[in-house]
Design a protein. Sequence first.
Length: 106
Amino acid sequence: MEKTSEAQFEVLWPLARKAKRAESTATAVGDLSGKTVAELWDYIFRGEIIYPAIRERLRERYPGIKFVDYTHFGNIHGPRQRDIVAGLAARLRELKVDAVISGIGA
């Protein structure tokens, strides 16, 4: 066997027992016709262009869809992010939101 000057390391298998049990997820909304969709954004990358395009396409596909645009929530990654995120679930319930589109940078 050829001797090498490179360092050698033992390798461990990276999989282990899960430290936390999986939580159940929300049921998919499915058809968005007549549903209310909220937009969340971090005000970093072109949301002012992208969200109107998304709204237009979704309105073509799902009659009666309604939107609560990102201006109703504020910058979810800005100086008030902790307060905004902490109150987000209650705010979404208050606005009767069925689904969320979350846009986070590029």
